[in-house]
Design a protein around this ligand. Structure first.
Ligand code: 5GP
Ligand code: MN
Length: 342
């Protein structure tokens, strides 16, 4: 097992730290929570004191991998989060390309870097354009399926693990496989040769892939399925540029008893239409519209999000925010689609 300079430095920082804060990104998905929880178990096994900080709650179907008391949510217990940051020797940022992706807690994280006895900061991520200046260690690779896959390779390269997956706690392996399954949408996209190697080893460690699949992809409500039907039947619009989009209003969320995570995966659905090469899903939130974009092949939705949706992400999967009423989104989006594919 070859260890890179950055991996060596990460190991160094971990060994000399005790209180370690792990940040997940805003609107956490399976990769964010999987990498944070995977890291949490690894650090706990080393005798460290990790704590995970996330802006707000996750969909409930991720509860099965979350250890009791391991996470504080900034919007619910801001004081505890600030105390953890205050006491941190090391702050780890996973599955995001900069501290600003942590949501409102990012101001406190940025401020901690400037204080006396500032904590060290490390980034482990698979997005484009990492903000390298903010971190003592940057491990960034876009040629992997997920942050969880990258973390798998990083942990295996740590001297104490010696390249042997059996030296990782089983709960760590479970969390990592959860993130790989969700970020690849069950191996539908962003799958590399290295992904199968990681998954093979994680399964060999005893992780039950089928059980994770059932927890994550088959744990929804009937109402969620009916909402999906409604959006596809009554709301989805297909544009001549090969673009499909739909919008979810707060009113429809109420009507279908929407709970966090219910719209997970919806944005991918229209990509199964042969002619569709880009999809957009707009969700009305209090004060803004959340944007999710996906594409096939060479259509660069990171670029689209950057230009028109105040966001970013990856070439084939990105997100952002619009600050306009949801009923103005179709006109805005269709005009930007025309401009983008001109
Ligand atoms: P999702 O559509 O699942 O929310 O996000 C897809 C991808 O876009 C993820 O990789 C996520 O990190 C990125 N993304 C989502 N929202 C934002 C955003 O507001 N800003 C940036 N820079 N990236 C985002
Ligand atoms: Mn990810």
């Amino acid at each position: 097992m070859r260890t890179t300079k950055a991996e060596e430095k990460l190991n160094d920082l971990i060994l000399k730290s005790s209180n370690i804060v792990i940040f997940g990104h805003e609107n956490p998905d399976g990769d964010s929570i999987g990498s944070a929880v995977g890291m949490y178990h690894y650090l706990t096994a080393l005798g460290k004191h990790p704590h995970i900080i996330i802006h707000s709650r996750l969909p409930e179907y991720f509860n099965f991998i979350i250890p009791a008391g391991s996470i504080s949510y900034y919007v619910e217990d801001g004081e505890k989060c600030l105390r953890c940051i205050e006491e941190a020797d090391l702050m780890l940022f996973l599955d995001m390309n900069g501290m600003n992706r942590t949501g409102e807690v990012s101001a406190a994280a940025e401020a901690a870097r400037l204080r006396e006895n500032a904590p060290h900061c490390a980034l482990i991520d698979h997005h484009l354009n990492p903000q390298t200046d903010s971190f003592d260690v940057v491990i960034s690779d876009t040629e992997v399926s997920s942050a969880c896959e990258l973390l798998y390779h990083v942990l295996l390269a740590q001297p104490g693990v010696c390249g042997d997956v059996n030296n990782l706690p089983k709960e760590c392996a479970e969390a990592l496989l959860t993130g790989i399954l969700t970020d690849t949408n069950n191996f539908a996209n962003s799958v590399y040769p290295s992904t199968y190697l990681a998954v093979s080893q994680l399964q060999a460690r005893g992780v039950d892939r089928d059980a994770i699949y059932n927890e994550v992809f088959r744990s929804y409500s009937e109402q969620r399925m009916r909402l999906m039907g409604h959006l596809l039947q009554d709301n989805m619009r297909c544009l001549p540029q090969g673009v499909a989009y739909f919008t979810l209003s707060i009113a429809d969320k109420k009507k279908y008893d929407f709970v966090r995570g219910d719209s997970e995966g919806f944005v991918n659905l229209p990509l199964s239409i042969k002619e569709i090469r880009m999809t957009a899903f707009f969700t009305e939130e209090p004060g803004f519209v959340k944007v999710s974009l996906r594409s096939k092949g060479n259509v660069d939705v990171n670029d689209f999000s950057h230009k028109y949706c105040n966001g970013g992400g990856h070439k084939n999967a990105s997100g952002g925010r619009l600050y306009m009423p949801i009923d103005q989104v179709p006109e805005y989006f269709e005009s930007k689609v025309k401009e983008f594919f001109k």
